[in-house]
Design a protein around this ligand. Structure first.
Ligand code: GAP
Length: 503
């Protein structure tokens, strides 16, 4: 545990040191669970956005984008169910006065038991060496079987309580499992209460309840309330999708783990409208399609898994998460929901306007069903960053930290470095930069030794360092050093661009 915590701390300090992520309002001691992106961070984030946006709106001809406002009519959140049901169950410890999510306390308790199983496996692996058979061990070890039964039992009871919205039952389970407050160490708990996660504010100058508006907790509703506009103006035929990237706000009770759970964050959401009765087929399609999108980044598939929801959100008839193995374990990265016709039907009801689609193929009008793919941009950033962060000991015994980012996402695609700061090398290097920057984000650097410059670019994940040396002046060739292998190849100036595109 200590090791994963240390590793995660290293990633967060690296993110700050190299201008990826800063605590918001740091000058004023910070604002909890809010973060700013620095010069390298914003490039990485924009590249992730581009990759998502293009894969949705460029690679699918039946998906179009919108950019709706954060502020929306307050009735929208009544219709969507968020005013009544977008809650987390919270509990306070009376001694430490700290507030927790009751469901997270129980989930953490389950994770601790699972950790014990992992420790038993690690111990057995050590004891049996090459002869170790994990499957057989899991099936026969009495201790492991006991832990597994505990996990299953708690899991089932927990899911039942959550589905029944049984707050007293949740508190009773916390007491029964002897869960203590990590700060005070006591089990002196209050009752469990529901806490709405939406931030409210006032619009206009009159302070009156009717002027209360909410900062959107998901971007999806901006899509639903524009469904008619988009379908009509774009003459869209079902099935079709509407994509959007934008900020969302949630007053999270448990805000921790860096940019994993924030109070202000960004979502990339796509609502795919289809004929009723075809939604399960599209749900399966998007489950696979979205996983493929992640895998195309070159991150191995073992780092991802599906997790089907036991407790469905108020709008869904099927839901799966794509989980990623973050340094603190497998956690939700993306949600795929079959939202039925819930949202459009509710907006039809609350607005009094007809939201129907006339399907000329079957000569019928209906409210379309919808399958949603919803991914956190900041969480994707964290997934990519934590997978890329690598500490290496080199052959000569020296250490390097390298971000093995997918090449298309790196803040700079290449850097051009004159070996020495004289003899016309800087001028030659700058000419190369001027040429390359039309195609790639390119950095020019002449300060410090070449070794130090390589390390700095390793640390921000620049895939290629192009070095201009004395030979360049004679034969118009440069060396190109590849970030992960550190191997160098001599390439003529005319071929730099194609080299980068091909590798
Ligand atoms: N429209 C559906 C929806 O909002 P969600 O599962 O609540 O579903 C979708 O959120 C995604 O948004 C999550 O999978 C996660 O990546 C991201 N997300 C949710 N809450 C977040 C938070 N507090 N901080 C960062 N990302 C968050």
């Amino acid at each position: 545990m200590a090791n994963t915590e240390d590793f995660f701390k290293k990633i967060t300090s690296h993110a700050k040191e190299y201008g990826f992520v800063f605590q918001s309002s740091e000058l004023y001691d910070g604002l909890s669970a809010v973060y700013d992106y620095g010069p390298n961070g914003v490039e990485l984030k924009n590249n992730i956005k581009q990759y998502w946006w293009r894969s949705m709106t460029q690679m699918h001809e039946n998906i179009v984008g919108i950019d709706s406002a954060v502020f929306m009519h307050p009735k929208i959140w009544k219709a969507s169910g968020h005013v009544d049901a977008f809650n987390d169950p919270l509990i306070d410890n009376k001694d430490s006065k700290k507030r927790y999510r009751a469901d997270v306390l129980i989930e953490d308790h389950i994770a601790k038991i699972e950790e014990k199983i992992n420790k038993e496996i690690a111990k057995a692996k050590k004891r049996f060496g090459d002869n170790f058979n994990e499957e057989q061990f899991l099936a026969t070890s009495e201790r492991v079987k006991g832990y597994k039964a505990q996990v299953e039992d708690i899991h089932q009871r927990f899911a039942d309580l959550m589905n029944a919205n049984d707050l007293k039952g949740l508190r009773d389970l916390i007491i029964e499992l002897e869960i203590a407050c990590p700060i005070s160490g006591t089990r002196n708990w209050t009752d469990v209460r529901q806490f709405n996660l939406m931030f409210a504010t006032k619009m206009g100058s009159v302070s009156d309840d009717s002027d209360t508006i909410y900062l959107r907790p998901e971007t999806a509703q901006g899509i639903f309330v524009n469904y008619l506009n988009v379908q009509k103006t774009g003459r869209m035929k079902i099935p079709f999708g509407i994509a959007q990237i934008g900020k969302a706000f949630r007053n999270e009770i448990v805000a921790r783990q860096f940019i994993f759970r924030m109070r202000e964050f960004e979502q990339m959401e796509m609502e795919f409208f289809c004929r009723p009765g075809t939604e399960m087929q599209w749900f399966e399609y998007w489950k696979q399609e979205r996983l493929n999108w992640h895998l195309a980044l070159g991150i191995p598939k073992e780092k991802y898994r599906y997790h089907d929801h036991e407790k469905l959100a108020h709008y869904a008839n099927a839901a799966t998460d794509i989980e990623f193995e973050f340094p603190f374990g497998f956690k939700e990265l993306e949600g795929i929901h079959s939202r039925t016709d819930f949202d459009l039907k509710r907006h039809q009801e609350f607005s009094g306007k007809k939201i129907q689609y006339f399907d000329s193929e079957i000569n019928e009008s209906y409210i379309p069903y919808c399958v949603e793919t919803s991914i956190g941009l900041d969480r994707t950033f964290l997934a990519v960053l934590s997978y890329a962060f690598t500490e290496e000991t080199l052959e000569d015994g020296s250490q390097r930290v390298v971000l093995k980012l997918p090449k298309m996402l790196a803040p700079y695609r290449c850097a051009v470095l004159p070996l020495v700061n004289k003899d016309g090398l800087p001028e030659k290097a700058k000419k190369i930069v001027d040429d390359l920057r039309w195609s790639f984000r390119t950095h020019y650097e002449e300060k410090d030794t070449i070794g130090k410059r390589y390390r700095r670019h390793d640390a921000i994940g620049t895939p290629f360092c192009i070095t201009v040396d004395t030979q360049t002046m004679e034969d118009d060739t440069v060396t190109i050093r590849e970030r992960d292998t550190m191997q160098q190849e001599r390439v003529s100036l005319d071929n730099i661009k194609s080299f980068i595109l091909q590798h």
